[in-house]
Design a protein around this ligand. Sequence first.
Ligand code: HC3
Length: 397
Amino acid sequence: MSPSEAEGGGVSAQNKGSWTAFLKSIASFSGDLSSLTAPPFILSSTSLVEFSSYWAEHPNVFVAPAHEKDPQKRALLVLKWFLATLKSQYASRSDKFGNEKKPLNPFLGELFLGKWVDSAGTTELVSEQVSHHPPVTAYRISNKEHGVYLEGYNAQKASFSKTINVRQIGHALLTIPAYKETYLITLPNLHIEGLIFGAPFVELNDKTYITSSSGYTAKIDYSGRGWLSGKKNSFTATMYPTGKEKETLYSVNGQWTKTFEIGEGSSKHGKTVDMYDAEALAPTPLAIAPIEEQDPMESRRAWSKVAAGIAVGDMDTTGIEKTKIEVSQRELRQNEKTEGRTWERKYFKLVEDDYALSTLGPTIGVLPEADKTGGIWRFDEAKAKAAEAKRAIRTEV
Ligand code: HC3
């Protein structure tokens, strides 16, 4: 019996054949994750466009840097927030057996809109599928009351070597206008563990960075359980003045799914200045409009029939409803081609280059890689205003 079967997970006898066929098919897989065909029992009814919400499930942690006057401590709070997002991003979707499922591939223009309302006030989310080939999701999260803004976009490229390895392309930018401060954040590469046992879960690879216009950089090193030692989802992070990696100001150690400790200086034994318990703080639920009030391009509404099919394991309905979406998308693209126009993104625009990216990027080796993301995507305030005005009219009617 495999370890996951012993824990109640793994593939049931009924699904063993399709899982083995899937494992065989991925051995030669590389490219867009959207072309990965997974067996029905491992399909999720959540679209990838929803994943942007994982950046701010703890709005108080997200806005905390805006209330710290000292730039060094502020940079540390940004690092703490980033680390606090990891559990939501990479370990929150598991089913009752802890399995990571295959999300729905968003269609071009798909939207996921919502807000968190809690003691941090209102934090708003806009997530939009800005490209289909390659698949790219852009997002913007804003808390106007506290003055904290996050925007970014991401694409993934997958390859197979022992398992599915996923490289994330794109970046995020956190800005705090009151301090005229911007933080450039890179995204972790990951791989899927547990495939052989039919109990897939994510582990993070390598390292990522956060570098700020105020002159601080944080480097986060990820490590998994490994063959012989180490704990699952471990990391060590250090924060230092940009360009002076040896002058460690703070070190953070722990597990991003459990607890981590922030200490002064470079050693684990420096004075502890803060702690975080990822299991103690419940996420604030995201409020989204009822399906009947949503725009037809909004994710939950657009995929509702597919989701209903997946929920009851009715793969015929799932397939028929998915095909309807694909066909209507193909028709839209064909009409655009005939009429010589392109799909108008509702909240985002393409920019030639970006000041934050070109000034902060080189210090942490971030290249725009615009060819892999269909360009550099930025939130467009004017478009967003127009889209929100239209939305308000629609919901009033
Ligand atoms: C690789 C992944 C899709 C991409 C997901 C991303 C990178 C999307 C952006 C988010 O901000 C962070 C994030 C978290 C998890 C990533 C997903 C984990 C699994 C999924 C694969 C496409 C699923 C593979 C299918 C199967 C059956 C092996 O689990």
